[in-house]
Design a protein around this ligand. Sequence first.
Ligand code: ADP
Ligand code: MG
Length: 426
Amino acid sequence: MNVLVIGNGGREHAILLALKKSKKVDKLYCMKGNAGTAEIAENVNVDFMDAEAVKAFALANQQIDYYVVTPDDPLAAGIVDALESIGKRCFGPRKNAAIIESSKAFAKDLMKKYSIPTAKSATFDNYGDALEYVRAQGAPIVLKADGLALGKGVLICKTLKEAEEGLKEIMLDKTFGKAGEKVVVEECMRGLKYDPGEEVSVLAFTDGKTIVPMITACDHKRAQDGDRGLNTGGMGTFSPCPFWTDELASEVLNNIMIPTMNAMNAEGRTFKGCLYFGLMRTPDGMKVVEYNSRFGDPETQVVLPMLKTDLMEIFEAVTDERLADVDIEWESGACVCVVLASGGYPLAYRKGEEIKIGDVGDCTVIHAGTAIKDGRLVTNGGRVLNVVARGIDVEEARKKAYAAVKNIGWKGMQYRTDIGVKYREG
Ligand SMILES: Nc1ncnc2c1ncn2[C@@H]1O[C@H](COP(=O)(O)OP(=O)(O)O)[C@@H](O)[C@H]1O
Ligand SMILES: [Mg+2]
């Protein structure tokens, strides 16, 4: 099979690396890709937000048998629907199911209607009503812009003053544009052992009939060590989650995952693809923080290297709705991903800095924001490279990853030095 992956980041490079190992795959393509994907796939320069352009490309390139759509924007824009309308086979949800991520108000309503555990919330499209509710609830309180906001649309407000300012920013100043037309006001959840509460990401394959969780991962959202600094797209991940147990796994499968799959079916929005559960362990059990309609970035970079089963076989089984027949197996041990970012990220940063990569041992260097310019590898985004290491446990993988990081550099490179140390006490 010839397979095309849509997207430009580390996640897409990680998916391509996993597909490259597949016995079923001949040639790989990436739309649009980066310098790393170009090493294993043919990069295709088509705007993947333009459904007509994507369809025209697919019609002109009948040698491509299968499309994997991973970023949130093209999924929300219905690129899977567009490709299916011309008979193409895809991995990824249709637009009417991708709404589980693209509207937080939809996700909260779904959870309320089907009794799926999550923080108590109310949704508003009117500033006055929202303000009244926020004042009645008091702080701490969480405000969420309804739509896709590049991971910046959530405000954790410690005081009422912060909440009132946040509400004004989202609803009156329209900092997040259309994404902030509605706002979800949510109870601030506490963790069972940690403050801020402990979180785990569990990705799952689902064909609408069966849902199979992948190995767990933990993300690091803040720019600086100790979870300080601004929120980012993710500065590193590790797998598996240290506090995960078989009991939690069955609680999540039975109370959250299966009910979510059934709820989407009942709504006439069958979800096929990778459904991401952002979860918090609270004193009242596991609760949903959010859903994503796709593989997480950088969770995918630590999850897929642990997958033993042929990824293409799983993708096809999801498309053909026979996921129940596939035995999905995982490696033992652990995996760590350290994100190397441009100086200044997540605020303004420079592009075009030359990247030097020396000896990285048996680590994998996954590319995110990279490009080739005049034959040189240069930075081309905020998150630039992901150094991925496997080990017998998180500590060993962590040491390997940071040893490799020492031999990589460019002007202004920044990264966190504490990926993989949190939640050690379980
Ligand atoms: N109700 C909540 N209580 C406590 N923390 C929350 C709550 N909702 C979100 N958070 C924190 O904010 C982060 C971002 O929120 P999330 O809903 O995942 O939005 P997004 O990933 O789209 O920015 C979460 O990972 C979590 O750390
Ligand atoms: Mg999130």
